[in-house]
Design a protein around this ligand. Structure first.
Ligand SMILES: [Zn+2]
Length: 436
């Protein structure tokens, strides 16, 4: 391994070249460095390059290297360790997580490595299907040595409906409250499609805060200013920063006028149920995760979502629906089956959803899957997505007890924890993720 060459979503310096998957806060640490960031060429999508100066005005714009989804770039980097030239061929793959989000496939002298960043490839989704095809085309028969994967929801109990299905349910919730103000918690980027769907379905404008409006316009959405507004008097539906959608704020708003909150996210879908409701390990699908951790006590968190039933209140005056921009477990499994890497590494290392993909997918990784096969059989290029069958060893993985802490998720503990660490210097030896 050769150190000091390539960093992905890690901007503390020390590399020859940098790659940014998308503009969420937990992937951009270091870009706001005092005095401006100027460590080296920075590759990102054209959309990200357009938005980046508004978020990080100190980044030297001459260092930005936009790379469109599906495009590739060849690099020759001088190794600081050996002085030799290292050749890299990098392909950008749509991640379908938020506007401008990319995966990166690295091939060449450092081996074959895929860094997904945050991604959501819904099964059966045409966009995801073509993104997967782009990935397989870019692999050109290579096998992935290391898959760095979005492990935010890497547990068999986490299975989210497609985003369009949940979007419709959110519309239904709003329609069921015709006399209420509605506030929807969103990040600084992402879920634009959801807001557009709500606007069109209900024929209403959506209030957003000024920075969010700027982002929307930089994305080229709503050029005619027909959908988004910063005037509260024009609509009862408001998209607010996720951190501001709290129980306390909802209570305060309800002293003025009836208001409901909606949190479109996979994270709050892990609901805390009462003590003594742990389900037996024989139940299917898996729905219970024992929770045990310092300061959190012992209990059970439980996913409590039935897509065929009307959404239930999560807390007083608030609904949570699993509109997730992160892949759920079957989608993660599908990706691992698609690329069949030698090893898989989670990119989220400090979240309390820190769920090690190796626990669940080692049977799909090269060491086991490829054993006894010929090199030709191991070739990814000739694989057909449609015809690939699940190996007999890919039954539901053995249930494990996972150290996971959770509480009132509307208070954003999960989100705050998740900001702990993302990114990798892909030339560094990966460290195992701790799972109790
Ligand atoms: Zn993200």
């Amino acid at each position: 391994m050769d150190e000091g060459l390539v960093s992905v979503d890690k901007f503390s310096g020390g590399s020859r070249v940098y790659f940014l998957t998308h503009l969420h806060q937990d992937h951009t640490r270091g870009l706001g460095a005092a005095g401006g960031w100027r460590h080296g060429p920075l590759y990102c999508s054209p959309v990200t390059a357009r938005l980046l100066p508004t978020r990080f005005p100190g980044v030297d714009a001459s260092l930005l290297r936009p790379i469109a989804p599906g495009d590739s770039v060849s690099l020759s980097l001088s190794s600081p360790a050996s002085g030799r030239l290292i050749s890299l061929h990098v392909t950008a793959i749509p991640a379908l997580h938020c506007p401008g989000s990319l995966m990166y496939l690295f091939r060449g002298d450092l081996g074959c490595k895929l860094y997904t960043g945050d991604f959501r490839w819904e099964l059966g989704c045409e966009e995801a299907r073509s993104a997967k095809k782009a990935l397989l085309d870019a692999l050109a028969g290579d096998s992935v040595d290391v898959l760095y994967m979005d492990n935010t929801f890497c547990h068999p109990s986490l299975n989210f409906p497609p985003r369009p299905v949940v979007a419709e349910q959110i519309v239904n919730v709003i329609q069921a409250h015709p006399d209420h103000e509605v506030i929807i918690g969103v990040d600084t980027l992402g879920k634009e499609d959801l807001l557009l769907h709500i606007s069109r379905a209900l024929q209403t404008k959506i209030w957003v805060w000024p920075q969010r409006l700027l982002t929307v316009h930089l994305l080229g959405i709503d050029d005619n200013h027909e959908i988004f507004t910063t005037q509260t008097s024009l609509t009862r539906v408001r998209a607010v920063p996720r951190y501001s959608l709290t129980v306390g704020n909802l209570e305060a708003l309800n002293t003025v006028c009836p208001t409901i909150g909606i949190m479109p996210s996979g994270i709050p879908w892990l609901l805390k149920s009462g003590e003594g409701k742990t389900r037996s390990s024989g139940e299917s699908p898996a729905k219970s995760i024992r929770r045990r951790g310092p300061g959190w006590g012992v209990g059970t968190i439980e996913m409590d979502y039935d897509p065929s039933s009307p959404p239930k209140l999560f807390e007083k005056d608030s609904y949570t629906l699993p509109y997730s921009d992160h892949a759920c477990f079957p989608e993660l499994e599908d990706l691992v089956q698609t690329v069949r890497p030698s090893t898989v590494v989670g990119i989220v290392s400090s979240s309390f959803y820190n769920l090690n993909p190796r626990l669940h997918f080692s049977h799909l990784c090269g060491d086991e899957v490829c054993a006894g096969k010929t090199p030709a059989e191991n070739s990814g290029h000739t694989r057909s997505l449609a015809s690939r069958s699940r190996p007999s060893s890919s039954k539901t993985p053995r249930r494990r007890r996972i150290k996971i802490s959770s509480s009132t998720l509307y208070r954003s503990k999960a989100i705050m924890q998740r900001k702990g660490a993302c990114g990798a210097r892909i030339t560094e030896p990966e460290e195992p993720i701790s799972v109790a």
